[in-house]
Design a protein around this ligand. Structure first.
Ligand SMILES: O=C(O)CCC(=O)C(=O)O
Length: 321
């Protein structure tokens, strides 16, 4: 039931068999260069920044992020059937505002976004921000990941700020199992908007159906042009696949399975699209035998993990309790 796209033969044929040598930032620039053009907006849509709210103290934030969020059995069934789930009210406006101000502080310290206008910051929980550490290691979010996957416990693979500056382009259609060098089907990413995401800001959009990846199986991956993005979009249109590209309300969080195809349109608004994403995998999962270029800077996230061995590094603690 493995995808052809993940085979060593296809990795070699599409020119991605070698490990990635550059930075994570450079990886995102390369990856966004594989996106087809959206219909170009003539003008950015004016969107107001998030309204100011009362900020929680660190101990209030810690309590919120440690308190379980009750999922219904319908949520779990939907995730397992559709491969993704959007859940409202997972995080309070105050918690999100704290995270957003930390993301903006850290973003201002770095070199800024790459060529594509996409800024990616990762392993923030290893830095000086207690707020972002609490988010990355949050038992509320980690437990949601484990419960949706239906596994006893989840470990963190990595956290990621995914910021699109105004005018930044599209994220191409892809499924994350293509990137993650983890030999398990039990991998899920939480995607946490740090402000509401209206339609012109480019909400993450999902192809419904846990087996929908099979529809895109015949499309060859290309490491040099947008043919994969265009080919997957066409295959989905031909097969009548339902795509959920609805806006995100403040506090709404999505979870997508590593085999769920997703994309995001560009940010055609005057505000940055600030998102924090965290990827989790089932405790006990192993590193694949042959990581490839599409796996990006994975050694940074799994330092010392050995091909074929169970992943248990200090950067991948259990976060579901
Ligand atoms: O934020 C984006 O535009 C892409 C995010 C993504 O592909 C992911 O979190 O898996």
């Amino acid at each position: 039931m493995d995808s052809r796209i993940l085979s060593t033969e296809h990795a070699a044929a599409s020119g991605v068999a070698e490990p990635w040598e550059g930075s994570n930032e450079a990886w995102w620039d390369w990856y966004l260069s594989l996106a087809a053009e959206d219909a170009a907006p003539t003008e950015l849509v004016d969107v107001a920044p998030p309204s100011p709210v009362d900020l929680p103290s660190i101990s209030e934030l810690r309590d919120e992020l440690a308190t379980p969020f009750e999922l219904s059995s319908d949520h779990v069934e939907r995730f397992q059937r559709e491969g993704y789930l959007k859940v409202g009210g997972v995080l309070s406006p105050g918690a999100l505002a704290l995270a957003r101000s930390e993301v903006e502080r850290l973003a201002a310290q770095g070199d800024g976004p790459g060529r594509s206008g996409f800024l990616s910051l990762d392993l923030m929980w290893q830095g000086d921000s207690e707020v972002l550490r609490l988010f990355a290691l949050s038992p509320r979010l980690g437990r949601l990941a484990a419960d949706l996957l239906g596994v006893a416990d989840a470990r963190i693979y990595h956290d990621n700020v995914l910021s699109k500056t105004p005018g930044c382009g599209r994220t191409p259609w892809h499924f994350d199992a293509h990137h993650f060098p983890i030999a398990s089907r039990d991998i899920v990413t939480s995607w946490i908007p740090l402000q509401a995401i209206p339609e012109p800001m480019g909400p993450l959009a999902f192809a419904a159906g846990i087996d929908t990846w099979k529809v895109a199986e015949a499309v060859d991956f290309s490491s040099t042009d947008s043919s994969y993005d265009r080919g997957v979009a066409q295959a989905f249109r031909d097969a009548g696949v339902q795509v959920d590209d609805t806006p995100f309300a403040l506090g709404e969080v999505s979870f997508h399975h590593a085999w769920c195809f997703h994309f995001a349109r560009g940010n055609a608004t005057t505000q940055p699209r600030q998102v924090m994403a965290t990827t989790y995998f089932a405790d006990g999962a192993r590193l694949v035998e042959h990581p490839t270029m599409v796996s990006g800077d994975y050694e940074k996230f799994l330092p010392g993990a050995q091909p074929g061995a169970v992943i248990d590094t200090p950067l991948n603690p259990v976060v579901s309790r």
